[in-house]
Design a protein around this ligand. Structure first.
Ligand SMILES: Cc1cc2nc3c(=O)[nH]c(=O)nc-3n(C[C@H](O)[C@H](O)[C@H](O)COP(=O)(O)OP(=O)(O)OC[C@H]3O[C@@H](n4cnc5c(N)ncnc54)[C@H](O)[C@@H]3O)c2cc1C
Ligand code: FES
Length: 309
């Protein structure tokens, strides 16, 4: 790995590809920028890939729900990096954190380019960015993933089951949830990605497909409704996916008075607070609305603070 130095909150420093330090405004105290190597690329489902990057220093600092900005250091088209959530860290033979996995769905220019990368290719990355999910304290934690919005939840599940530690310093999970349920919905079975990874954590997995090719025939919100109506209903929900689905889940959580956090997938240009391309309306403690940058104050917000109309 080359050109890896911390960005500080008072003076955010980012190292360019040529290793010339450039100061930028922003609040990303633990983030680093580097050009790193692809370790492997694995197809998980239709148009869906897991990209493994050799970036131990960045990986050690990441917590579930944080994200990374990724681009090619050798091309200007596409110029802007794109945000991708931490799927998980991976370990080397000695058991030390060696890098990160991201899982992505091919939708446009950058993700099409990413799908051509192979072992040894160079990738520019900066992160970890954003706030991450809160350390889980619920007795029954419900994870809700719609489409590629499932990506943050493997690390959440592994942390909540105490199978893997995250962050530097390592954040501890004092009151681990007794039950973790993962409701995962996609349009069709061919798009289900990483179900074996989730199954290996021992959590309760409930699948839904829009076309009925696997699991419940219908939307993931049907599974959420069932969970909320059960005798052992969840007392916290972490949710990520398409906006209409997140709004529906937030509404369901509100009706049952269950705390709910949403991970927003707002398009971003810089990822570290400088460009204001990612703002969203957030309700403050005094009830007034203000704008917040999703990249630095999110991407995870309590649903009750968001404008969900
Ligand atoms: C914090 C965060 C974490 C994310 N994590 C992941 C992840 O783990 N895996 C993953 O596959 N994707 C993730 N995304 C979304 C990912 O960043 C976009 O899919 C990516 O930027 C698309 O780039 P592209 O050049 O391939 O597509 P583009 O050419 O930029 O766009 C292609 C099409 O997708 C639409 N589009 C682009 N970005 C978004 C978006 N954020 N929301 C809705 N529509 C969009 C465009 O309007 C266009 O129609 C995340 C986004 C955020 C903000
Ligand atoms: S993406 Fe630039 S400020 Fe958020």
């Amino acid at each position: 790995m080359t050109g890896c130095i911390p960005m500080t909150s008072s003076e955010t420093t980012i190292v360019s590809v040529e290793n010339t330090p450039v100061s930028l405004p922003g609040v990303v105290p633990l983030a680093q920028q580097a050009v790193v190597s692809v370790v492997e690329q694995v197809r998980l489902a239709r148009d869906t890939f897991r990209l493994r990057l050799d970036c131990a220093d960045i990986a050690r600092r990441a917590v579930p729900g944080q994200f990374f900005m990724i681009r090619s250091p050798d091309r200007t088209n596409p110029l802007l990096a794109r945000p991708f959530a931490l799927y998980d860290t991976f370990l080397n033979d000695a058991g030390d954190v060696a890098g990160i996995d991201v899982v992505y769905l091919v939708v446009g220019k950058m993700t099409r380019l990413m799908s051509t990368w192979t072992a040894g290719d160079r990738v520019e990355i900066w992160g970890p960015l954003g706030n991450g999910f809160p350390v889980p304290t619920a007795e029954h934690l419900l994870l809700v993933g719609g489409g590629i919005g499932q990506t943050p939840f493997l690390a959440v599940a592994r942390e909540a089951r105490r199978l893997r530690c995250y962050g530097e310093p390592v954040r501890s999970v004092a009151d681990a949830p007794r039950t973790i349920t993962f409701c995962y919905g996609v349009r069709s079975a061919a798009y289900l990605a990483g179900v074996d990874d989730f199954a290996s954590t021992g959590i309760d997995i409930r699948l839904a497909t829009d076309d009925g090719t696997r699991g419940h025939h219908g939307f993931v919100t049907d599974l959420v409704a069932t969970a909320l109506q059960s005798s052992h209903r969840p007392d916290a929900i972490y949710c990520c996916g398409p906006e209409p689905m997140m709004h529906a889940v937030a509404k369901q959580a509100g009706q049952h008075n269950v705390a709910c956090w949403l991970s927003l997938e707002t398009p971003m240009a810089c990822g570290f607070g400088a460009c204001f391309s990612c703002v969203t309306r957030v309700k403050q403690d005094d009830g007034e609305w203000d704008y917040r940058r999703v990249c630095v104050e999110g991407p995870i917000f309590p649903a009750r603070q968001l404008a969900l109309d």
